[in-house]
Design a protein around this ligand. Structure first.
Ligand code: SAH
Ligand code: SF4
Length: 336
């Protein structure tokens, strides 16, 4: 608005129209003068994401394919409240993507097999959520997790702007604590995030506390090793006075042994954290095995006595390829 020779507060008015009312037609922004509305309409456009495809899982999880303005696809998952398992009571969770693809190539992750297509803009991250609200109303979700495609801390500035809009009271007004950034362990990003002292939550995808094993499945572990990671996590918890959620995918016969239990409890000793265990969700063509529910429970039981907060999480939406790490698969097939 300043660049148009207008007062800055009018920018705030547009912000409210856009995010609160979801009004995308400048002519309907009735607290702006006709002149400004015409001017805006001539020079600017809102590139809304369009829902191109929607699939509903037997468990109620919905997967959406959005089309970006340059044609790149992005996937978003909505996990409805009543079906939600795990912590925190009734809540619906929107799982959004922060990149199209991912450069980090974790061996168990479908997104990792496609490489990085491009970073998403803040508008494209928020746009996924606006799309859900367009479709299901303002109560579509209560929680937001950046656990779709991509590594948030490698698209740091855009993620930060998106976080601001998502949590701002004149933006999407989602309570910051209910917004989770999930990282594969980009330690400089974790430290940077800590210094900002945001109120949002952090999840770290650990998957094993044995360095050699981690390098086998997560190439990023070679750049940021476990010593560096625990250091960054301690810094984060000290600085923000909050805990971290640790994600641990259980792979049969890979990270489910007694040595893994010991390494994990030793590694997490004294760190304010919650541990989420989730069974590996099989990805076509990738060489890992999913443990049975009983095996997952048995592993969790070994940890209950040693760690304060251990939770077994259910993977959702697998029948529509909406489960963890699966988002890329269908899309690639579609492209072929
Ligand atoms: N890049 C970030 C966030 C996106 S991945 C990260 O790695 O944390 C979101 C979560 O899905 C991560 O915890 C990741 O390890 C997990 N994930 C990826 N593929 C999976 C699979 N096949 N089964 C279960 N979880 C998977
Ligand atoms: Fe990227 Fe996360 Fe998948 Fe690893 S698990 S390839 S970091 S999206």
């Amino acid at each position: 608005m300043l660049s148009l020779g207008q007062k800055a507060y009018k920018g705030g008015q547009i912000y409210s129209w856009l995010y609160k009312v979801r009004q995308y037609d400048f002519h309907q922004m009735t607290d702006l003068t006709k002149e400004i509305r015409n001017r805006l309409d001539e020079d600017y456009v809102f590139n809304l994401l369009e829902i191109e495809n929607e699939s509903v899982s037997q468990d109620g999880t919905r997967k959406f394919l959005f089309r970006l303005s340059d044609g790149n696809p992005v996937e978003t998952v909505l996990i409805p409240a009543s079906m939600n398992t795990g912590q925190g009571g009734d809540r619906a969770t929107a799982c959004i993507s922060v990149q199209s693809g991912c450069a980090l190539g974790c061996r168990f992750c479908a997104t990792g097999t496609m490489g990085l297509l491009r970073d998403l803009t803040p508008g494209e991250m928020v746009g996924q959520l606006l799309g859900l609200r367009e479709r299901f109303g303002n109560d579509a979700f209560t929680n937001v997790v950046m656990m779709g495609m991509g590594e948030p801390l490698l698209n740091f500035d855009n993620v930060l702007k998106a976080l601001h809009i998502i949590t701002n009271k004149d933006g999407l007004c989602v309570s910051a604590r209910k917004v989770t950034v999930s990282t594969s362990g980009i330690t400089p990003g974790i430290r940077k995030l800590a210094d900002l002292e945001l109120k949002s939550s952090l999840a770290v995808s650990l998957h094993t506390a044995i360095q050699e094993k981690r390098e086998q499945i997560m190439p990023v572990a070679r750049s940021f090793d476990l010593n560096d990671l625990i250091d960054a996590m301690r810094y984060y918890t000290r600085k923000t006075k909050s805990h971290i959620t640790i994600e641990y995918i259980l792979f049969k016969d890979f990270n489910d042994g007694m040595d893994d239990v010991k390494a994990l409890t030793h590694f997490l000793q004294g760190l304010p954290c919650k541990l989420n265990i989730i069974a590996y969700n099989p990805v076509e063509g990738l060489d890992f095995t999913r443990p049975t529910d009983e095996e997952v429970d048995a592993f969790a039981r070994k940890l209950y006595q040693r760690l304060p907060a251990v939770m077994v999480r259910k993977s959702r939406g697998s029948d529509v390829n909406a489960a963890c790490g699966q988002l890329a698969v269908q899309q690639q097939k579609r492209r072929k």
